[in-house]
Design a protein around this ligand. Structure first.
Ligand code: ADP
Ligand code: TYD
Length: 200
C-alpha cells in the first residue's frame, strides 16, 4: 500500500504504561496489511542515546539542563537521519517516545515546559497522532520491576507523579489519551482504529 504522504505516529507515557507493547503490536498489524512502516525509539542507539544511557546509570551525574541538552542532540540526529528520510519515502513512522517525553520528564525536574517545547519545535517534525498512555506510576513500576536495571534514574515514583501530570495536560486534536489499565487487546483495537483512520 503506497500512501500519499508519510505519517508520524508517536507513543508516549510513563515507564511501564505499556506503550512499547502497543507500538510493536501496531507495527505488526500494519505490516500484515502491507503498509510500509518503520519503527524508531528515543533515546536512540546513536552516540547521544548511548551517552544518555551511560549517564543514567549514575543518578545525579547530570544537571537537568545537561540532560535536556543530551536529549535534544539525540533527537536532532533522529529527526535528520531517521524520521525525515522515512517520511519522505511516504512511510508510516512509529516512534516510541518523542519530545513530549522531554517536556514531561525534564519539565518535572523544574525546567519551564514552554521553553522545552520551543527548543524542540525549532527542529522537530510535528507528529500526526500522539498516543499518551496514562497509568498510576506505582502500577507502571510494578509492571517493570523485574526488568534488569542497576538504577533507573527516571523512575522514582514521586517524580513520575509529576511526569504523569504533564503528560495528562497535553490537549488537542492529535492527542489520544489511553487508559493503560485496559487490556492489551482493548487498547490495541482502539489504536489500530485511530491509526487506520489516519492512513486511509
Ligand atoms: P513501556 O514501554 O511503557 O515502559 P511496556 O510496553 O514495556 O511498557 O510494558 C511493561 C510491562 O507491562 C510488560 O511486561 C508488558 O507485557 C506489560 N503490559 C503492557 N500492556 C499491558 C496491559 N494493557 N495490561 C497489563 N500488562 C501490560
Ligand atoms: P528507556 O529504558 O528507553 O525507557 P522506556 O523503555 O520506558 O521507553 O529509558 C528512557 C528513559 O528516558 C525514560 O525513563 C524516559 C526518559 N526520557 C527523558 O527523560 N527525556 C526524553 O526526552 C526522553 C525521550 C526520555
Amino acid at each position: 500500500m503506497v500512501l500519499e504522504k508519510g505519517v508520524l505516529i508517536v507513543f508516549e507515557g510513563i515507564d511501564g504504561s505499556g506503550k512499547s507493547t502497543q507500538a510493536e503490536i501496531l507495527l505488526r498489524r500494519l505490516q500484515e496489511k502491507g503498509v510500509e512502516v518503520v519503527y524508531f525509539r528515543e533515546p536512540t542507539k546513536g552516540k547521544w542515546g548511548r551517552k544518555i544511557k551511560k549517564k543514567a546509570l549514575h543518578p545525579g551525574s547530570l544537571t537537568p539542563e545537561e540532560e535536556l541538552d543530551l536529549f535534544l542532540k539525540d533527537r536532532r540526529e533522529n529527526v535528520e537521519k531517521n524520521l525525515k528520510p522515512a517520511l519522505k519515502k511516504k512511510r508510516v513512522v512509529i516512534l516510541d517516545r518523542y519530545y513530549y517525553s522531554t517536556i514531561a520528564y525534564q519539565g518535572a525536574k523544574g525546567i519551564e515546559e514552554k521553553r522545552i517545547a520551543r527548543m524542540n519545535e525549532e527542529f522537530v517534525v510535528e507528529p500526526d497522532l500522539v498516543f499518551i498512555f496514562d497509568i498510576d506510576p506505582q502500577k507502571g513500576l510494578e509492571r517493570i520491576e523485574n526488568r534488569k536495571r542497576k538504577y533507573r534514574l527516571f523512575e522514582r515514583e514521586d517524580y513520575l507523579v509529576k511526569v504523569r501530570e504533564i503528560f495528562q495536560s497535553f490537549k488537542g486534536e492529535k492527542f489520544v489519551h489511553i487508559d493503560a489499565l485496559k487490556s492489551k487487546e482493548e487498547i490495541s483495537k482502539e489504536i489500530e482504529e485511530k491509526a487506520l483512520a489516519l492512513i486511509s
